[in-house]
Design a protein. Structure first.
Length: 794
């Protein structure tokens, strides 16, 4: 592991720089967006474009006996109809899971390949069966509705336990059961011994409800094919053009990556959902080549509910073993992960490996054992959703701790404090196999308790009771692993117009990359902030890169940008020495200028770049430009952490919950822009509250989605959220050059358990100890009524 020292130039000067690292610089992206002048995929139209519409399965499970296209083909404007058989005959590949892991018996993950369009069988309502191409969007939709698909129904299974049972209807005939992965981690014998000697064992069953991602911008794409160059272009909302290009080219189109260009302009939210190739893109690319014209497709909100990857959909039986003093001995999980009908790019990773890496959190827990069964069901495939296993694992541990506190009589603050990893324990080898490098967990919690006025809660509870309301408070501390995914690009280009362009493979879909990355570059090179641009949207402009995901961007792109900046300085010293007629060893760089040491002779970096562009007569070893692109090695995982405290009021007559107070204290290492970080936490917290209190994607036993629109699916709104208190408690890491730990998903990790904790605390006086997510008014009211009736009967 590389140990990065403090890496920014002129740290003292940087602290007061208006646009440097640590400053709350306003997002440079915002003026265009708030004026409605952003360029999202569906805003784009190209000359001669056709329109695509998808014919979707209305059956959750069945054998395709016949697809009748004749009526649709005869409709006005229809140019072509693409089926799964067409794509197979054209030689395209399948949409597959992006990683490998073995089951406990050593057998590999059962990767059932997914054809872009269903061929022989449909496996969920909303699965694409055919793609219609027509002159107008309405003509394409009308023709798609005219396609007749004769399906022989098969029994559907939507519950993971039923799907995993012997004799369940099989979704995939090429594997013997619906269990794609029977994962296991840990030492079973040692864990069993720890539980056997435990003074107390707490048990919990926790359901992580299925959610619909519902990014503000539905998915959209434009496919084009250049016959002369034998090359495709896909304009699409994605989380990174290089990752999308490589998957699409190598695995699906089966062509060299240079045969595919991906363009992603503004992206209106993703949260993991837009991070991989979808079936529509393959059908459109084929049609564009077949017809010689561009093809555009834009999903509507109903289609998003039925075809975008869903999130969460997990449940776990968990146990925590404690000794007589309340110290943790071991944690053991038996989990089920609902994969939906097919494995998504990262689906099986989420309830297996990510559970292992995150469940022990900031606590000294000597042993962890995780057993997970990843199961196919006749539902929309489940993929990454903000946190992707990290919030789920954190919620399990935090609920266990709250339950253990209640059962043992140890105060929940004391119980956490007793088990925190201490500053002197670092570097700490966790039972998960990860090594934590730094943290200040107890001090962080203490700051949260003070900011939340923990001691004043009793008075607020009495005031709520006078109004006929139940008040509860929740506490959660979290630690999650982020960033450990692949290499990343950081490029710096000095343009002829005097701008400086940063090139990177991560992609901004609301995070503020253009602002944060520019601040990093200002800190290293001292170039004018207002002259910095970001290029992330065109694979033809990038020599490499991975993409956004796992809260990795500031660590990976930031480190790569800093590495490139070091090379720019190195090249600049050589060039400045030549132009200033000095030895390279005599050139110093500071505050954006190259100077001969001990003299007043210098040249600014922007002037130097311009001079080199037109310079003649330079020696062969003098660079002709300062431009440089660096690819980082994979960066070790980092561990953002924090403490969230919330208070809720519940109306016992209606079950309605109001979040009244919310404070979080967070350690994200070096904070490049505190305004951006706070915004990320606000968004993550709202999504966490949504899952905990209202969001729920529900299937009936026949495989029909019952919550297929905003008429039935609740989403958090501004009125559902309080003013958020946010405090930064940074402990910079030395595992990446920026010193950052990532913040994009941490809000979810803290919010989900703290909301449930607060609700249950409010209901505790009624004897209610458990309520499944989402804790809706109906569920809360029913629990209160049941408790009242039980009390009356007693």
């Amino acid at each position: 592991m590389q140990d990065y020292p403090t890496s920014f130039q002129d740290a003292d000067q940087l602290a007061t720089t208006k646009f440097g690292v640590g400053q709350p610089v306003r997002r440079t992206e915002d003026p265009v967006l708030v004026r409605g002048e952003g360029c999202y995929t569906d805003d784009i139209s190209v000359p001669g474009q056709l329109y695509a519409a998808m014919a979707l399965s209305h059956h959750p499970h069945g054998v395709i006996r016949r697809i009748d296209l004749e009526a649709a083909k005869a409709m006005p404007g229809v140019a072509a109809i693409v089926t799964g058989e067409d794509l197979r005959q054209a030689g395209y590949g399948t949409l597959d899971c992006g990683f490998s892991v073995n089951s406990r018996d050593g057998t590999p993950l059962r990767k059932t390949p997914r054809a872009p369009l269903a061929i022989d069988r449909v496996r969920f309502v909303g699965e694409p069966v055919a793609c219609v191409i027509a002159e107008t969007a309405m003509q394409a939709r009308d023709a798609a509705e005219a396609i007749s698909v004769e399906i022989e129904p098969l029994d559907a299974v939507t519950d993971v336990h039923a799907a995993a049972a012997e004799g369940a209807p099989l979704l995939h005939a090429d594997i013997p059961s619906n269990v794609a992965l029977d994962f296991h981690y840990g030492d079973t014998q040692k864990t069993a011994a720890a539980f056997a000697k435990a003074a107390h064992v707490t048990k919990l069953r926790l359901v992580h409800n299925r959610v619909v991602v519902n990014a503000m911008e539905p998915r959209a794409a434009i496919a084009a094919y250049d016959a002369k160059a034998d090359r495709w272009t896909l304009t699409v909302c994605s989380q990174g053009v290089m990752g999308m290009r490589n998957q699409l080219a190598r695995e699906v189109l089966r062509v060299p990556p240079e045969k595919v260009r991906i363009v992603s302009k503004n992206v209106g939210g993703s949260f993991g959902m837009k991070g991989s190739v979808y079936p529509e893109y393959v059908a459109m690319l084929h049609a564009a080549r077949l017809l010689g014209r561009p093809v555009k497709w834009a999903n509507d909100r109903s289609g998003s509910f039925l075809s975008d990857h869903h999130g969460r959909a997990q449940e776990a039986e968990a146990e925590l073993a404690l000794d007589a003093r309340g110290r943790f001995l071991a944690v053991r999980l038996k989990a089920f992960g609902d994969m939906g009908a097919y494995l998504t790019r990262f689906g099986p990773l989420i309830p297996s490996i990510n559970y292992v890496k995150n469940v022990v959190g900031p606590y000294r827990t000597p042993l962890v054992e995780v057993s997970t069964r990843c199961v196919f069901t006749n539902t929309v495939p489940v993929g990454a959703y903000r946190g992707a296993g990290r919030p789920e694992a954190v919620a399990i541990m935090e609920r266990l701790i709250d339950l253990a506190a209640g059962e043992t009589g140890i105060d929940r603050v004391t119980l956490r404090r007793r088990n925190f990893i201490r500053p002197q324990d670092f570097p700490y080898a966790a039972a998960s196999g990860q090594t934590y490098d730094c943290g200040d967990f107890e001090q962080l919690m203490d700051r949260a308790l003070e900011a939340a006025d923990w001691k004043g809660f009793a008075a607020r509870k009495r005031a709520s009771r006078k109004q006929g309301l139940l008040r509860g408070r929740g506490l959660s501390t979290y630690l999650e692993m982020t960033a450990a995914m692949g290499t990343e690009l950081g490029g710096i280009r000095f343009d002829e117009d005097g701008d400086v362009t940063i090139l990177t493979g991560t992609h901004d879909h609301g995070q503020g990359h253009a602002t944060a990355f520019a601040q990093v570059l200002v800190g290293k090179l001292g170039v004018p902030f207002e002259r910095i641009r970001l290029e992330q949207s065109d694979s033809d402009q990038l020599p490499g890169g991975g993409g956004t995901g796992g809260s990795r961007s500031i660590m990976t792109s930031g480190t790569a940008i800093m590495a490139a900046a070091d090379k720019v300085i190195e090249r600049g010293k050589i060039a400045a020495a030549a132009l200033l007629e000095a030895g390279v060893q005599d050139i110093e760089f500071a505050r954006g200028r190259f100077a001969i040491a001990g003299t007043d002779r210098s040249i600014g970096i922007m002037d130097l770049a311009a001079r080199l562009r037109g310079a003649t007569g330079l020696a062969a070893d003098v660079p002709r430009s300062l431009d440089y692109a660096a690819m980082t090695d994979p960066i070790p995982g980092v561990f953002p952490n924090g403490c969230h405290i919330a208070e809720v009021e519940i109306d016992p007559e209606t079950g309605v919950t109001r979040v009244d107070r919310y404070i979080s204290v967070n350690d994200f290492g070096t904070v490049v822009n505190p305004m951006l970080v706070e915004g990320q936490i606000h968004g993550g917290v709202v999504q966490g509250l949504g899952q905990a209190l209202m969001e729920d994607a529900i299937y009936d036993a026949d495989g029909q989605l019952q919550t297929g629109s905003f008429m039935d699916y609740a989403m958090p709104r501004a009125a559902d959220t309080p003013d958020f208190g946010f405090i930064s408690h940074p402990v910079p890491t030395r595992t990446n050059a920026v010193g950052a730990k990532g913040c994009g998903e941490a809000g979810c990790s803290g919010a989900i358990p703290v909301a449930v904790s607060a609700v249950l605390d409010a209901l505790a006086d009624l004897g209610i100890r458990k309520i499944d997510m989402p804790a809706t008014p109906q569920r809360i009211w029913a629990a209160i009524e049941a408790a009242r009736q039980a009390g009356a009967a007693a």
